[in-house]
Design a protein around this ligand. Structure first.
Ligand code: 6R9
Length: 692
């Protein structure tokens, strides 16, 4: 993937002479001098919250040896209506070992707080009410709005009061299917304020996916918007919601109220499909409510939100996060990884529909009192310079995006970047998938002018916050490595037999011991929680990712080791795509694998067996792709449909995906041993159908 680059190794070598710090300062590297190391600049270190490896080591040591002291001190900087009980000296309890009982994790239990209060009221009461919370930037250039902390709080209160007036109470689920209007984080905060459980569904999911999630968490109310303009296209969200509610009702759960935000720049009110009695315009009912709303104090272990994510089996998992530990963890990781200071302007390009939008677009930055950009559009509309135009417009200092966006912008060359000054930038972040060194270097050299450290954050929906991430200023970076564990995180690289390896090694990435931000269960399915994450390697949380640890102790993530494909940073279960394909009446069987894709990281390659006597056609191919679009969402559409008269199966009927992966990536001389197949001739058939 080094196609776009003036950024060969020679350029990087010039980075090394900047490396004036002593080895001990930046990590005591034992690596050979030829290895690419990118040191923090002196200027950066001056303002670093953790300015040396030694300081990190000391803090890290305390975080794992004395979690009570470490996290207790940090938690005390938040507002607690009632402090967590300390009678037994411990503020958390855990069992993550399936051999010693049920998996159970609790932090700050018995303490009472409210995350919305900590994210908003606390700052307003401290005199920061006039500080900007959101610089909202619309899809079209020139459309924007600014909201201060006080204004956000008032809007949150009005919505919270409305929700209460409709009978929403503590513990009730509220579904949110909205575009990136400021009202989306406002909706999440309003739920949190009254103790309701928000369940945000990314507004790129199809009606089918939305209904599935509604049926799982059974909300009585859904918040949506009439439509959204994404790039040049208008998407009628309300139509999708209507379909989803219909399907949900047919399957036993009716949602009684659909609060719809009138996004009239995308679609006129009168053109929005409407069901009298169920549908209500947001603007007609919310603004008349009081701008003050009493906070519902909740237990630290009360549920804050559900967020569905894909697993290796069919049904999406409702990852459940609670309040106290998540709050402390999201805020602390944000602060240290981005080296946050009060005068920063932060921009995360993620959508609130994913975990990144929860932890690092809503809660983490607001808990720190940050000013941030909330962007409705896409990075390359109207052109590839949009991001840098926005950076200059708001003087963004911390920019956080995904490798897929970086790679797609790289393809447009350096000019759209260089056209804008970007001089405000200080830190550049990356999330969602491993960042390949060529994209890393382009990001570092072209976007950041070699001034800004790249913070490559490895984490997951399940982990709530960053797990492995640089603390910029504390040690040198290596392009492509997420570097070292965050405070309190004890990674273990485990072999097939579940043994943690030492020193340089590669294997399955697991985590020993609980941390405050981890999920507590899967909605309605604690057994699945245990079998998926804690049973594979006893005594550990299993991430589903593979990784390598180098001789400096740096971690290099190598991607999923389960049947999950990472397309543009979105997790997609192969089983979900397969079930969408076989729902087509002419599809008998399907097997889906990932393949390397230049921009998306991974693409989706689908092997499809048709019913007998059905002929291959381009129309059928399109219909199959559309089946996936309508059942999951456009982002999960297969890149390739490969006709398969038969699939390579073992005698016990198990599909050998290893072989399919090789065929998909055209590595035909690396098929390996195929003798265990029930019928080896299917392999030749598949190869002969390549490109057909
Ligand atoms: C935050 C988020 C989680 C999966 C994870 C891994 C991949 C995320 C990464 C990364 C390498 C990084 N992943 N960040 N791989 N380096 N910096 O993306 O959550 O949507 O749950 O995906 O994404 O494979 O297991 P989620």
């Amino acid at each position: 993937n080094g196609s776009v680059g003036s950024m060969g190794l020679s350029t990087l070598a010039s980075v090394r002479p900047n490396f004036k710090l002593s080895a001990a300062d930046v990590g005591g590297f034992v690596s050979d001098p030829a290895e690419e190391l990118v040191a923090p600049s002196e200027a950066f270190r001056q303002r670093a919250l953790v300015a040396s490896r030694a300081q990190y080591d000391e803090m890290y040591k305390r975080s794992v040896e004395d979690p009570d002291g470490f996290w207790g001190d940090i938690a005390s900087t938040f507002f607690w209506k009632k402090k967590w009980p300390t009678t037994e000296g411990k503020l958390y309890s855990e069992n993550i070992d399936v051999r010693t009982g049920r998996v159970a994790v609790e932090w700050f239990k018995g303490g009472q707080t409210n995350i919305c209060y900590n994210a908003l009221d606390r700052h307003v009461e401290a005199g920061f009410g006039d500080k900007v919370a959101f610089f909202w930037e619309g899809n079209d250039t020139g459309v924007d709005a600014t909201l201060t902390y006080k204004e956000v709080l008032e809007r949150v209160c009005q919505l919270a009061n409305y929700l209460r007036s409709q009978g929403v109470k503590k513990g009730d689920a509220v579904a949110i299917y909205m575009p990136m209007l400021a009202e989306l984080p406002i909706a999440m905060l309003a739920c949190a304020r009254i103790g309701a459980v928000h369940s945000v569904v990314f507004a790129g999911f199809s009606a089918e996916s939305l209904s599935q999630r509604i049926l799982d968490c059974k909300p009585n109310i859904i918040l949506t918007s009439s439509a959204v303009k994404r790039a040049a296209k208008v998407i009628k969200l309300k139509d999708i919601v209507d379909d989803a509610l219909k399907t949900a009702a047919e399957n036993g759960h009716s949602v009684g109220l659909c609060l719809t935000y009138d996004n009239n720049s995308a679609l006129k009110r009168e053109d929005t499909a409407w069901q009298e009695g169920r549908d209500v315009w947001w603007q007609d009912v919310v603004p008349s409510h009081s701008k003050e709303c009493e906070v519902e104090w909740v237990d630290a272990e009360d549920t804050l939100f559900l967020l569905y994510t894909s697993g290796s089996t069919g049904k999406p998992k409702g990852v459940l996060h609670t309040t106290g530990g998540y709050m402390v963890y999201a805020a602390t990781t944000f602060k240290y990884a981005f080296n946050y200071h009060e005068d920063d302007v932060y921009w995360c390009t993620a959508d609130c529909g994913w975990i990144t939008g929860h932890s690092y677009l809503t809660y983490g930055p607001l808990l720190n009192g940050a000013s941030m950009v909330v962007f409705e559009g896409v990075p390359n509309y109207p052109d590839a310079g949009r991001c840098w135009e926005i950076v200059d417009k708001y003087n963004v200092t911390i920019f956080y995006t995904a490798p897929t966006a970086i790679r797609s912008l790289m393809r447009s060359g350096d000019e759209p970047v260089k056209r804008h000054s970007r001089k405000s930038l200080r830190v550049l972040g990356s999330v969602g998938e491993p960042i390949n060194p060529s994209a890393w270097k382009w990001y570092y050299e072209v976007v950041g002018d070699k001034r800004c450290p790249i913070v490559d954050t490895w984490w997951q929906t399940e982990t709530g916050g960053f797990m492995i991430t640089p603390l910029p200023g504390a040690w040198c970076l290596k392009p492509g490595s997420a570097t070292l564990p965050f405070f309190g995180i004890q990674p273990a690289v485990v072999d097939e037999n579940g043994h943690a390896q030492t020193g340089e090694c590669s294997g399955y990435l697991c985590i020993k011991a609980a941390w405050p931000g981890m999920m507590r269960t899967l909605q309605g399915d604690h057994d699945r929680y245990e079998t998926t994450y804690f049973a594979p390697f006893k005594g550990y949380y299993f991430s589903g990712d593979g990784c390598r640890r180098d001789k400096d102790g740096f971690y290099w993530l190598t991607g999923r080791v389960d049947d999950v494909i990472n397309v543009s940073g979105h997790r997609i279960g192969t089983a979900e795509v397969e079930s969408a394909l076989v729902s087509h009446p002419q599809c008998a069987e399907a097997a889906v694998v990932g393949f390397d894709h230049e921009v998306k990281g991974q693409g989706i390659f689908a092997f499809v067996t048709l019913l007998e006597f059905v002929e291959y056609s381009d129309e059928l191919r399109t219909a199959l792709v559309n089946a996936v679009r309508s059942q999951i969402g456009a982002f999960a559409a297969p890149d390739v449909i490969h006709w398969a008269p038969g699939l390579p199966k073992t005698r016990s009927g198990k599909i050998m995906r290893r072989i399919l992966r090789k065929i998909a990536s055209n590595q035909l001389d690396e098929l390996g041993d195929i003798s265990t197949l029930a019928d080896t001739s299917v392999v030749d058939q598949l190869i002969s159908l390549r490109g057909k």
